[in-house]
Write a protein that binds this ligand. Structure first.
Ligand code: ZN
Length: 296
């Protein structure tokens, strides 16, 4: 497993109130959709479809100057532009950020509106990309609302938005078709990946993608995934596992050994008899009650 360096700064993620999410366009390539109309459609998707199921509202708006306590969805040319413009895993004020790579998304044949919807819905529920759900097979599945149903879309006021799974998708006890698993009713059982979807799975040995079809796997491998949320999630989990698996090196072991010897020697020089415990007293030692349950 490759060693990765990733650090997550403590972020308040404005807990205690619902977020305002600023949509910021820093791309030069045209989005192929009017940004104001897109954000209006996404607000509708949240209010009318997503919040009744997932219960976490937000106020969306378009701006060139987001405020410090706002979450952000930023449209950038590609991952290089994100690096050049100094966009990281969280905003400079410690708030969640999602990036839509315009050139990369269009080159992969995907719509900016569907991708923005995908990123928005996933950020709403897991802004740090660190939540996982356990399936009956014991494997952990990324708690992502759109990956398994990626490419499934529907229109709101003529603008394409992404399908999303319901919480029941991550509840392994549901029988096939027993409940609704996604907005478009395409998924028939928990944890299932649709043909054009994928999921990130941690089986205890590695953190990897599972694909709904061979075509999806090939498409995915052709895509430029740098700085994508799923890559960040994998790096985060791998970095934590590497940190846990690191055996102490020799110098570290030597320090521990000598520290142990020193403490033993110190204990021997300061040997003294244990202090007697204070006498155990009960309320009736001095005044035995006739009824021990009586209040005094
Ligand atoms: Zn996703």
């Amino acid at each position: 497993m490759a060693r990765t360096s990733i650090s997550v700064k403590a972020a308040a993620f404005n807990q205690g109130r619902f977020p305002t999410i600023a949509f910021v366009n820093k791309a030069t390539t045209p989005l192929g959709v009017n940004l104001d109309k897109l954000v209006t459609a996404l607000q509708k998707q949240l209010d009318e479809h997503f919040v009744p199921i997932w219960g976490y509202p937000a106020k969306l708006y378009v701006t060139g100057k987001p405020k410090g306590d706002e979450w952000q969805i930023v449209f950038l040319e590609d991952a290089d532009a994100a690096n050049a413009l100094g966009y990281h895993d969280i905003t400079k004020d410690g708030q969640p950020i999602s990036k839509v790579f315009v050139k990369t998304t269009l080159a992969a044949g995907e719509k900016i509106s569907t991708t923005a919807s995908h990123e928005l819905l996933e950020m709403m529920i897991d802004p740090g990309a660190q939540l996982w759900a356990q399936n009956v097979d014991g494997k952990l599945y990324a708690y992502e609302m759109c990956d398994a149903v990626e490419s499934e879309e529907y229109e709101i006021d003529g603008i394409a938005v992404s399908d999303f799974v319901h919480p029941s998708f991550f509840e392994s006890w549901h029988l096939p078709r027993a409940v609704q698993f996604d907005h478009l009713k395409k998924v028939t059982k928990p944890f299932d990946t649709l043909p054009n979807g994928y999921q990130i799975v941690n089986d205890g040995k590695s953190v990897h993608e599972v694909f709904g079809s061979e075509t999806k796997k090939q498409d995915f491998q052709r895509e430029i995934r740098a700085q994508h949320r799923s890559e960040y999630r994998k790096q985060l989990m791998e970095a934590n596992e590497v940190a846990q698996q690191q055996p102490p090196d020799l110098a570290h072991a030597a320090v521990l050994f000598h520290a142990g010897q020193f403490l033993t020697a110190l204990a021997l020089t300061k040997k003294r008899p244990p202090e007697p415990l204070p006498p155990f007293t009960t309320p009736w030692d001095t005044d035995p009650p006739s009824n021990p349950w009586r209040f005094r």
